[in-house]
Design a protein. Structure first.
Length: 304
């Protein structure tokens, strides 16, 4: 019996994944959160295809180790930019550095992410998971957008999650001041907001030869969530990790979205790895999406 569209993610996780051998020689590819997990494996795989990597990382010491490894393995250019995506001023500075240094940006992979079990606020008063997972990638993309349009064809890949299905997005309580914070719903709220703005941006980019898609990178073992308390870390490391797959499969999937010729005109879609999928209903509400877009512009200072 065929599963309903909303539950297709169960079957998609088991399907063979699509691949490509297309090259990316010399193309500037910006990846956020590339020192471990999904971002790290994506950086290695895309470097193998000849791309010029620009890695935007919070921890510059770890980033330098990754840079040395990739340049030694693949003899390709790797540049580093330091930025903590819990601070939108750092996001702006990172975007400005890229605009000043690179005349063309062909690929943007927004991968930096965070999952917490307790409510925390940034220095600017944003709930930190919402800031890192949505507001920062929204602002970063918007600041680089004109450069990418001028570099077209170009591709934007939002690393999203099946976690958007947990919901939690309330436009009158984005910082969770009125509700008890629940980690899965806080994460779901941020990923839902990101998806809703993907549909809006895809519409705005129509005809520009710049595509944007959202990708769940698979059920893989990464360090996301490992900054939580001891019990959560113990659960993740010893109970959850043995059930998860190697993040190399995520790197292969994101390389596919970066390079596959058959995706050159595909935009405004959600994928479970390399298979298109229907998101949860609450992430498809275009009226809510327009409101999220406007709110995100105001919160990030793009409009006053």
């Amino acid at each position: 019996m065929k599963l309903p569209e909303e539950l297709q993610f169960i079957e998609n996780a088991r399907k063979p994944q699509k691949t490509t051998t297309a090259r990316l020689d010399g193309q500037v590819c910006v990846i956020t959160g590339a020192t471990s997990g999904v971002g790290y494996e994506s950086a290695k795989r895309i470097a193998q295809a000849g791309a010029h990597l620009v890695l935007v990382c919070r921890n510059i010491e770890k980033a330098n180790i990754v840079k040395s490894e990739i340049t030694n393995l693949f003899n390709t250019k790797v540049d580093l930019i330091q930025a903590d995506f819990s601070n939108l001023n750092y996001v702006r500075n990172a975007a400005n550095q890229i605009l000043n240094q690179y005349p063309a940006v062909k690929i943007l992979i927004n991968n930096a992410g965070l999952h917490l079990t307790t409510r925390k606020l940034t220095a600017d008063g944003f709930e930190i998971v919402f800031c890192v997972n949505h507001l920062a990638s929204f602002l970063f993309t918007r600041l680089l957008l004109d450069r990418m349009i001028n570099s077209a064809p170009a591709r934007i890949i939002q690393v999203n999650s099946e976690g958007h299905r947990f919901g939690g997005l309330k436009l009158d309580d984005l910082d969770w001041a009125k509700r008890r914070y629940r980690g899965l719903q806080g994460y779901g709220a941020a990923k839902t907001a990101q998806l809703l703005t993907v549909w809006e941006l895809a519409d705005k980019l129509h005809g520009s030869n710049v595509t944007i898609n959202a990708v769940h990178p698979g059920e893989v073992a990464t360090n996301i969530g490992m900054n939580n308390g001891f019990l959560y870390r113990f659960y993740q490391k010893y109970l959850l990790f043995p059930l998860l797959k190697d993040p190399k499969i995520s790197g292969e999937a994101l390389y596919y979205f970066s390079a596959a010729p058959e995706l050159s005109n595909v935009s405004g879609k959600f994928f479970n790895m390399t298979h298109e999928e229907k998101p949860a209903a609450h992430a498809l509400d275009r009226e809510v999406g327009k409101k999220v877009w406007d709110i995100s512009e105001k919160l990030t200072g793009l409009t006053t």
